[in-house]
Design a protein around this ligand. Structure first.
Ligand SMILES: Cc1cc2nc3c(=O)[nH]c(=O)nc-3n(C[C@H](O)[C@H](O)[C@H](O)COP(=O)(O)OP(=O)(O)OC[C@H]3O[C@@H](n4cnc5c(N)ncnc54)[C@H](O)[C@@H]3O)c2cc1C
Length: 289
């Protein structure tokens, strides 16, 4: 059972931010509530004031500005998965959104809530990293922009200040002729492992590649050293290299043994899925951008 709560519904970023500042640590932003209400019901989070940010118009827009897709933080997973502009601009991101949980959670949960909660077992952040996505944060003091990679600090930790909101996510297109794929492994609804690969091929050789892995460690990561190793190889050599990189993957991704599998199993499967994702991105099934 939840205790009595004060619900605020500001219509501007400034008012929402001031409500957070006035509420001190007691006021929490409420978007879809998929995570927040669970935490409150289980007594893991105490709060008296919910600041519902869904009445702020700007948080609901999906527009292309100078060929960069701008997605408002309150867009639900379902709205993004089915949006034709999103599917055309960032097909693997749209696909990742379609894999989140189930249709009930996708209709309730927002991209902003997903990124701000920064649960390790999440899908969207991993794909957004291969797009070099950035975020805009706002408060009554103004706005600032940063790379998503810097925003996702660690497990359940982001760069948000206590009175700040995530406003928008900027998603640049992949470079011309780069195709992508997102693959995930799951036993339950939340993913055990998610890998995103974007590749540009030249006569069967990898000319450019971007790689990100999420879920098996505290946060999603780009893998620049592995990207350098794979450049210039063909997909079958790359498959071998991926599974040989256990020490690098273990050190960077910090997997743990848990109910989803042993750390060694997760590292092994990361190598396998990366090979499969490259094959898919390089082949005719790769998403167009
Ligand atoms: C059963 C279940 C299965 C799931 N499976 C998956 C899965 O397979 N893949 C996956 O990626 N995710 C999964 N999730 C997580 C789901 O995607 C998130 O719960 C959802 O996206 C959170 O969004 P929300 O709008 O409901 O956030 P809320 O619950 O409203 O908020 C979550 C947190 O973010 C903060 N917050 C929200 N919006 C903002 C904002 N704009 N600015 C600043 N802070 C903000 C809140 O204060 C809170 O701390 C699952 C969740 C459930 C319950």
């Amino acid at each position: 059972m939840l205790g009595s709560l004060h619900l605020l519904q500001p219509t501007t970023v400034s008012d929402a931010s001031k409500a957070l500042a006035e509420g001190d640590e007691n006021a929490k932003i409420y978007a879809g509530g998929a995570e927040l209400l669970l935490l409150m019901r289980q007594g893991l989070l105490q709060t008296d004031v919910l600041v519902d940010v869904k009445k702020i118009d700007r948080l609901h827009r999906v527009v292309r500005e100078n060929n960069v897709l701008v997605v408002g933080a309150c867009m639900t997973h379902r709205a993004l998965e089915t949006n034709p502009v999103v599917r055309e601009h960032a097909p693997s991101f749209a696909y990742a959104e379609s894999q989140v949980a189930n249709v009930r959670v996708r209709n309730q949960g927002t991209l902003g809530g997903n990124l701000c909660f920064n649960d390790p077992h999440s899908d969207p952040g991993t794909v957004l990293l291969i797009h070099n996505a950035s975020v805009t944060l706002g408060s009554h003091r103004g706005e600032r922009q940063m790379a998503l990679n810097d925003f996702l600090v660690d497990m359940y930790t982001t760069a948000l200040e206590p009175d700040e909101l995530l406003l928008e996510v900027q998603i640049p297109p992949l470079p011309a002729a780069m195709k992508s794929a997102y693959l995930r492994l799951h036993r339950y609804q939340r993913p055990t492992l998610g890998v995103a690969v974007a590749a540009k091929m030249d006569n069967g050789t990898v000319e450019e590649i971007r790689i990100a892995v999420g879920c098996i460690g505290p946060k999603a990561h780009r893998l620049p050293e592995l990207e350098s190793k794979i450049k210039g190889t063909n997909p079958s050599d790359a498959k071998r290299i991926f599974v040989e990189q256990k020490n690098y993957l273990r050190g960077l991704l910090r997997p743990v043994d848990d109910l989803l599998g042993s750390a060694e199993y997760k590292i092994y499967m990361t190598g396998v899925l990366l090979g499969d994702a490259l094959e898919q991105a390089a082949g005719k099934n790769g998403s167009r951008k």
